[in-house]
Design a protein around this ligand. Structure first.
Ligand code: SAH
Ligand code: SF4
Length: 367
């Protein structure tokens, strides 16, 4: 007999869980119990939700309902403490999620300075990098994920499921540890906008993340940047700039033909920033392509008047990528040129390169 299709509860809003409860003719307050068990207590299976009566749990199970659609299949630890997880979904397909613990000081994976925070002894900080799609369709020429093409969008439950799987694996205590989320894994979040935003709301309302601890990176899907600006609850915005002019950007990011730098910069200028908030621009440095002095000058001109900062990322190389990584001195000079022009610029240090976990390296590498 074929197994009945599995239906995840994780990914449902409180209202949607209320509908499930109603359908089972259970009292209304069970919806709150379910919501809390799944999102705040992060219980991985119905058996463990002991606040619910057994008959209710069995009824849900008989209908194929399970808690999470995301299970850790394999993990790859790096020498630097980073862990790359292969997370499997109900259809047998998997995505990657990366755990990056932060040491004392230095720069967090989202580019924020540790100095921003009040130093507290024994306080744990880490960043989880989450995927939004299986593969990616944007086809940036420096990115390994692009080589997969796009298989499908992830559901909100599959996005939140990655976070919960990693929080549980690392035994995170949300009250005591400071965890950031960056939507910078596989895929283009703004091409899966509604599920991505639903996941954000569940992470805030259910799991207990504040919006200021989340950052989403987009390659520049201009209409969604406008939509995103009017969301009442939203992560911080990062934009993958990667080039100083249209001519170069078109060569490495085909989407620039649809949304060129004029349009992108207009969207950035129009973006309603919160108090003290800045837009982050990511810039992948490719040797002799976009890393010269004149390029830094063009970037400075382009960003004039935008409240922003720049995260520089020296290319993480990989098979089939036709670019090279610049010398450290070149990266440093580029950074200094921006800083001298008054633009805060940081160099994102590569995390987990040895296990193919660094930016642009997520390709479901199994070794
Ligand atoms: N798709 C979204 C988010 C995921 S990519 C986006 O592109 O913004 C996260 C960041 O990694 C992007 O800024 C991207 O430009 C960068 N990146 C991609 N491939 C890279 C590589 N090989 N080396 C360094 N950074 C890379
Ligand atoms: Fe997709 Fe981002 Fe990679 Fe471009 S850099 S192919 S948008 S994941």
């Amino acid at each position: 007999m074929a197994a009945s299709p599995k239906i995840p509860l994780l990914g449902l809003t409180f209202q949607e869980l209320s509908a499930v409860v109603q359908q089972q003719k259970e009292p209304e307050y069970r919806a709150r119990q379910l919501f809390e068990a799944i999102y705040s207590h992060r219980l991985p299976s119905l058996e463990l939700i002991s606040t619910l009566p057994r008959r209710f749990r069995s009824a849900l199970q008989e209908q194929g309902m399970e808690v999470s659609p995301a299970q850790i299949q394999k993990s790859f630890p790096s020498v630097d403490g980073t862990i790359r997880y292969l997370v499997e979904m109900f259809d047998g397909e998997s995505v990657e999620t990366v755990w990056m613990p932060e040491g004392d000081g230095g720069e967090a994976a989202d580019g924020s300075e540790a100095g921003d925070e009040i130093a507290e002894a024994g306080f744990d900080r880490a960043t989880i990098c989450v995927s939004s799609q299986m593969g990616c369709a944007v086809n940036c020429q420096f990115c390994l994920t692009a080589q997969l093409g796009v298989k499908r969008n992830l559901t909100a439950g599959e996005i939140v499921g990655q976070v919960i799987a990693v929080l549980n694996d690392r035994r995170v205590d949300m009250e005591r540890q400071r965890i950031n989320i960056v939507f910078m894994g596989m895929g283009e979040p703004f091409l899966n906008y509604w599920e991505f935003m639903k996941a954000v709301r569940l992470l805030v309302e259910g799991v207990g993340f504040s919006e200021s601890r989340m950052t989403v990176s987009t390659s520049g899907i201009v209409p969604r940047i406008h939509d995103f600006g009017s969301e009442p609850v939203r992560p911080k915005l990062a934009i993958s700039l990667n080039a100083p002019n249209d001519q170069l950007r078109e060569r490495i990011m085909p989407l620039n033909r649809k949304w060129n730098l004029d349009k992108l910069m207009q969207a950035a200028r129009d973006f309603p920033l919160r108090n003290r908030e800045r837009i982050t621009f990511e810039y992948v440095l490719l040797r002799d392509f976009n890393d010269r002095k004149e390029h830094a000058r063009e970037v400075v001109e382009m960003l004039r008047g935008i409240r922003c900062k720049v995260n520089l990322i020296a290319l993480n190389p990989g098979p089939g990528i036709a670019f090279a990584t610049p010398e450290e001195q070149q990266v440093h000079d580029f950074q200094q040129d921006l800083i001298r022009a008054g633009i805060p610029a940081f160099v994102r240090r590569p995390r987990g390169r040895d296990i193919y976990a660094a930016c642009g390296q997520l390709k479901r590498t199994v070794a």
